[in-house]
Design a protein around this ligand. Structure first.
Ligand SMILES: [Zn+2]
Ligand SMILES: [Zn+2]
Length: 246
């Protein structure tokens, strides 16, 4: 089995270190067929996200010229949007969906929330559980609701690093992924996903993608950890949207 596309990479337009051209060149060198530039959404604070949504147009132009130099690679404009409310709002409003080819999303830290109430629910319980353990359970309930609502209300192609920092009820989330046609990401930048979770997602019928979440061009196309997990669990290439048998 081999992975032919990396749908989750960052550049200097958010807090990655390479340029769009450098990520594309890295993809071309590895013989990847496609790469998505998926910088963080604009509500990410401290320059972790794109400055504003117009940056997506800049990325599209840079991607076109980079791919002209590497015609074997298809470039996709994406965003790793932030879930900014319990009701599942993203920092890419539906009317701007046309700016991107792919939407990736999840809850992140250091994000400007939709409202103070949302801040208290999502980030308050998440950070508060360190001091008040009872917040832990409430945090799972809130994060799960926000994620499921986001999947319901937006066309999200990939749920990135599910449950990495913000705890969720995996069963409920994988069922929602299967229902709304959102791929469950096996993210290779952090070894946190237990094989049982991947098994559960597969049982519930969710599709997968394996992505690098590269923040430097050298990590573009680094799928090793994901391929190992897929093998361990016995996933087939048909279950992984960016893989095929080789
Ligand atoms: Zn992320
Ligand atoms: Zn990312």
């Amino acid at each position: 089995m081999h992975v032919f596309a990396d749908y989750h990479t960052h550049t200097i337009h958010s807090h990655g270190r390479g340029t769009v051209a450098e990520n594309v060149a890295a993809a071309a060198k590895l013989g990847l067929e496609a790469i998505a530039i998926s910088d963080h959404g604009p509500n990410h604070l401290f320059h972790y996200g794109i400055k504003n949504l117009q940056v997506l147009e800049v990325i599209r132009r840079e991607l076109a010229s980079a791919c002209a130099a590497h015609p074997g690679v298809r470039g996709l404009v994406a965003i790793e949007a932030n879930i900014i409310s319990v009701k599942g709002d993203l920092d890419l409003p539906p009317e701007h969906r046309g700016l991107v080819d792919l939407v990736l999303a999840n809850i992140h830290s250091m994000v400007l929330p939709h409202s103070l109430k949302d801040a208290a629910a999502i980030w308050g319980f998440h950070y508060g559980k360190r001091v008040w353990p009872s917040f832990g359970r409430r945090s799972v309930v809130v994060n799960t609701e926000a994620t499921v609502k986001a999947l319901e209300r937006n066309k999200i192609d990939i749920l990135t690093h599910p449950g990495l920092r913000f705890a969720i009820d995996y069963r409920v989330v994988v069922q929602a992924c299967a229902h709304y046609g959102t791929a469950f990401e096996i993210n290779t930048s952090k070894a946190y996903l237990r094989p049982e979770i991947i098994e559960l997602a597969a049982e519930e019928g969710a599709a997968f993608v394996i992505s690098s979440d590269a923040h430097v061009p050298q990590r573009v196309g680094d799928f090793q950890l994901g391929l190992e997990l897929a093998k361990q669990v016995g996933l087939t290439a048909e279950e992984i949207l960016n893989a095929r048998d080789s």
